[in-house]
Design a protein around this ligand. Structure first.
Ligand SMILES: [Zn+2]
Length: 265
């Protein structure tokens, strides 16, 4: 510090003041660096679009059974009175309408999968099934391979599927965005079907299905065969967009079945 004494008084004060200030700034900067959380590691929770992959019930039905709104399907009258209408509206579960389970005698098989123990058959209401066959053949003529991957479901099957989604999504509300509670699935009616593209099997029952030739073909032609998309983008039921899920409305019976839902969408 001898050299300081050789300097003029003013210069000495200036050098000391500068050194002290620099020290304070450096300590403050170090303190901030070690106390503040690193912004790049805090949030890694940006959500990607939901991928729905469950088609076949696989989960065990022990959990979450208390959260199922109703395990019994409810019949909606074709021409409801005001009281019946209000009763239907009261029974809506997380945006889904109640649907009665079709009788086995009304169904026909539309596809089968796998063999042996794993073999399963998909069926639809006869009117819807025959219209689907006509539609699939028409698509094949244009090189498009439409595959029905999930048709009629019992209330019991839907219960297993929905419980699986509750487990996967963490809450009934989140599960109901992408799956219907038991008793509230259009699949109970035998008029609704999940369609896939046989040439793009990895896109079965996912949002990626929207990019397939089968989906593009369906958006142009499904209506001609009596089919329509049930859950369009931003539908007023609050259900996630489901490009794979189509319902048949080509007969008076089918049309009456979806009367409430169609008023909403
Ligand atoms: Zn479906």
């Amino acid at each position: 510090m001898k050299f300081l004494k050789k300097l003029p008084h003013i210069a000495r004060i200036f050098i000391i003041a500068t050194t002290v200030s620099f020290g304070i700034i450096l300590s403050a900067a170090l303190a901030l660096k070690f106390s503040a959380p690193n912004p790049t590691t805090v949030e890694e929770t940006t959500s990607s679009p939901p991928k729905v992959v469950a088609v076949v019930p696989t989960s065990n039905p022990t959990e979450a059974s208390s959260v199922i709104v109703s395990s019994q399907a409810v019949q909606i009258p074709a021409n409801p009175t005001l009281a019946q209408k209000q009763s239907v509206e009261n029974q809506i579960a997380y945006g889904h309408f109640p649907y009665a389970q079709a009788n086995a005698s009304e169904l026909m098989i539309v596809s089968s999968y796998a063999t042996g123990d794993k073999q399963r058959f998909e069926s639809l209401n006869v009117e819807a099934g025959q219209a689907l066959m006509r539609m699939m053949y028409a698509a094949r003529e244009e090189g498009v391979w439409i595959v029905p991957v999930s048709g009629f479901r019992t209330v019991e099957q839907q219960q297993k599927l929905f419980q699986d989604q509750v487990k996967r999504r963490g809450s009934v509300e989140a599960a109901a965005k992408i799956s219907a509670p038991a008793g509230f699935s259009e699949h109970h009616t035998g008029f609704a079907v999940d369609l896939a593209d046989g040439k793009s099997p990895n896109q079965d029952v996912t949002l990626e299905f929207e990019r397939t030739n089968a989906y593009r073909w369906l958006t142009r032609h499904a209506r001609e065969f009596g089919f329509e998309l049930s859950f369009k983008r931003n539908n007023s039921q609050g259900v996630s967009f489901e490009p794979w899920h189509w319902r048949y409305v080509g007969s008076p019976n089918a049309l009456a079945t979806f009367a409430h839902a169609r008023k909403q969408s």
